[in-house]
Ligand binder design. Structure first.
Ligand code: F6R
Length: 242
């Protein structure tokens, strides 16, 4: 499903959908598993979720979250880490239990990376899988940090970042050379196993790659194009791709 609207409208709609699902699960004493993205795209959504919590008493006590990715080599409290981003924009402002929050660690010794990533996958499975996944897209066509060439079967793993991705992050890190070269990311298979996906892309810079992802051929060269085969993805943009 493709919807063209302002990013604020999209964020409200998605936040309302998440809130309804959280409340429904609360009625039956069940939990909800959210897959979360970082970056500029989901910030209005996180602001709206925070508003629902502070002004409308939405509780996140029955919510578990799994973040898509983290830069390798950054401590959790590094100001550019995705840990820091998530606590700043969302987790410190809502009542989610700390033990329900999962973000890949950027601090795993190479020897233990594989076990660590398999453990991340297993924890998602043990909680019943991801109910709602939030996604942005990079100009390389990545979702999470699944860069071009990522196989549809890939699971959580360490990856090398594409130069476009590192260039886009250069201003955050004070120069291209300071941007981490690797990251841990959920895989394509992990993402595509989510029951429902909200894909968001806003602004002119995302128009061309979003069009390639949804109107072009399905190919590992544009990892986001595999979303065309997902059974329940809503494409939320502020531009027309048809
Ligand atoms: C981040 C992530 C990435 C971003 C993408 C877009 O957790 O998974 O795929 O969604 O790089 O980033 P922004 O929103 O900053 O343009």
């Amino acid at each position: 499903m493709i919807v063209v609207e302002s990013k604020e409208k999209h964020s409200q709609r998605i936040a309302n959908c998440i809130a309804e699902e959280i409340k429904l699960r609360q009625k039956f004493d069940q939990h909800l598993v959210l897959g979360l993205a970082t970056g500029s795209t989901p910030i209005p959504l996180y602001n709206e979720l925070v508003r629902l919590h502070t002004e409308e008493n939405l509780s996140f006590r029955n919510v578990y979250t799994f973040n898509l990715d983290e830069y390798c080599g950054l401590e959790d409290n590094h100001p550019k880490s995705y840990h820091d981003f998530m606590y700043f924009h969302l987790f410190n402002r809502i009542d989610i239990p700390r033990e329900n929050i999962f973000i890949p660690s950027g601090q795993i010794e190479p020897l233990f990376e594989r076990d660590y990533c398999e453990g991340y996958e297993q924890t998602i499975k043990d909680l019943g899988g991801i109910d709602i996944q939030i996604l942005g897209i990079g100009r390389s066509g990545h979702i999470g940090f699944n860069e071009p060439g990522s196989s549809v079967d890939s699971i959580t793993r360490k990856v090398k970042l594409h130069d476009i991705t590192r260039r886009d992050a250069a201003s955050d890190f004070g120069g291209f050379d300071n941007v981490p070269t690797h990251a841990i990311t959920m895989g394509m298979n992990t993402i595509l196993s989510a029951n429902r996906i909200f894909f968001m892309a806003f602004g002119e810079a995302k128009q061309e790659i979003t069009k390639r992802a949804f109107c072009g051929e399905i190919t590992d060269d544009v990892p986001a194009s595999h979303l065309q085969r997902h059974k329940k993805t809503t494409i939320c943009t502020d531009f027309d791709i048809t």
